[in-house]
Design a protein around this ligand. Structure first.
Ligand code: PMP
Length: 433
């Protein structure tokens, strides 16, 4: 494979950035090999410095639900940029995006924009602690809520890939305030509340776990989370950084008909520009400065270019048929991959919700992190490289998910399935040798 330029750039990058990257999973550490340096994206495709083209299922880790360099989003960004990049003052685009979000997610009665998912999650936790006057938080094993200290405890995503579920540098005294429960385990959650019931401020959860591969909530699990929390006076925070505007216009909360107290959103509401938001019950949100006593701020919060990009993207997602199309592309990919796995008798679990999918080389259903860790990550790495070789760019880690965009065509899905047919053959040989 011709990756000479990527190799050269990666060598140079190591001299500037730890591990040559500015976010760990990009380094290909868990799949091996050299990360591709990308120079261009268009629709469902990305192009690397060596002139190779890939059908992209990373989509900047989710936000590019319209595909790369969407014409309308790009012109909205250009128009906004021409009027100034940042004011550090209120601007009308904040209101437009805020309205678009609240009409999709009415539970976000009041919200605040931030610049990343990490910030959204971190701020929501502070608010929940202040509102309840309690300090403990409950999170689920393998869920990722950004890299703030409080939630870098048994976290997913890069923390999982690199085998450092709890980062060095997180004070033990702070980590001790985070109680970790297996995903989908209602009995364990009950036990934790029995032990700590009036000291738990909130449960924070990915309503569909997408940072340990894709792990779906089992029927009854999310309602139980809300019920247990509320019975004990704790709040429920849905981290919809991945699922918001992705699994349905109203996110996982509308898909499952569950109303959290607070919601965190991320990159998708900025169409790939640095944005996040948290919001929810007005009585809770009113505790935020300048109304209340919970401090939270950001120079670039509500950035006009990011707001304009988000408004443009959400407008398109509100059009009839958007999620039906994503579902039909997802269903086609699932059916094709399932048929291949079945025909070759490969022990695998293909989890999917709408346009998010996750493939585990694992013979048993995957319900929590313990199941995830029993999957064959080496086989995923071989599959990943075989797919890359054939022009399909999957997540460079067995513990991440794939994203389909509205720019993917049925022909792209067919080509992906054809590539998978060849790649699974190669990985079967690799697995045996
Ligand atoms: N929460 C979830 C569920 C995420 O998947 C992520 C990152 N993908 C974050 C929070 C953190 O977002 P960011 O990387 O924008 O800080």
């Amino acid at each position: 494979m011709n990756d000479a330029r990527s190799r050269r750039l990666f060598a140079t990058a190591q001299d500037l950035f730890p591990g040559g990257v500015n976010s760990p999973v990009r380094a290909f550490k868990s799949v091996g090999g050299t990360p591709r340096f990308l120079v261009r994206g268009e629709g469902a495709r990305v192009y690397d410095v060596d002139g190779r083209e890939y059908i992209d299922y990373v989509g900047s880790w989710g936000p590019l639900i319209l595909g790369h360099a969407d014409v309308e989003v790009t012109s909205a960004i250009q128009r906004a940029a021409a009027s100034g990049s940042s004011f550090g003052a209120p601007n009308p685009a904040e209101i437009e995006l805020g309205r678009a979000i609240r009409s999709a997610m009415p539970s976000m009665q009041l919200m605040r924009f931030v610049s990343s998912g990490t910030e959204a999650c971190m701020s929501a936790l502070r608010l929940a602690r202040a509102f309840t006057g309690r300090e403990l938080i409950v999170k689920f094993d393998g869920c990722y809520h950004g890299h703030a200290d409080a939630v870098l405890v048994n976290a997913g995503s890069g923390a999982l890939t690199l085998g450092v579920p709890s980062s060095a540098g997180v004070p033990a005294s702070l980590a001790a305030l985070t109680v970790v429960v297996p995903y989908n385990d209602i009995a364990a959650l009950e036990r934790v509340f029995k032990d700590h019931h009036d000291t738990i401020a909130c449960i924070t959860i990915e309503p569909i776990a997408a940072n340990m591969g894709l792990v779906l909530p089992q029927p009854g699990f999310l309602p139980a989370v809300v019920d247990i929390a509320h019975r004990h006076g704790a709040l429920v925070i849905f981290d919809e950084v991945i699922t918001g505007f992705r699994v349905a216009h109203g996110g996982a909360q509308s898909l499952y008909g569950i109303t959290p107290d607070l919601t965190c959103l991320g990159k998708i509401i900025g169409a790939g520009l640095p944005v996040g938001a948290f919001g929810g019950r007005a009585d809770i949100m009113r505790r935020l400065a300048p109304l209340g006593d919970v401090y939270q701020a950001g120079t670039l919060s509500g950035n006009p270019i990011a707001m304009a990009a988000g408004v443009s993207q959400l407008r398109r997602l509100a059009q009839p048929g958007a999620y039906e199309r994503l579902e039909s592309l997802g269903a086609a990919l699932e059916a094709g991959l399932r048929a291949l796995l079945h025909a070759r008798e490969i022990p695998a679990q293909l989890n999917r919700v709408g346009s998010i999918f996750g493939l585990f080389f694992n013979g048993q259903p995957v319900l929590d992190l313990a199941c995830v860790m029993r999957s064959d990550a080496k086989r995923y790495a071989a599959f990943f490289h075989a797919m890359l070789e054939r022009g399909v760019y999957l997540a460079p880690s067995a513990f991440e998910v794939g994203f389909i965009s509205l720019a993917h065509s049925p022909a792209d899905i067919d080509d992906t399935i054809a590539a998978a047919g060849q790649s699974l053959g190669v990985t079967a040989v690799a697995a045996r040798s």
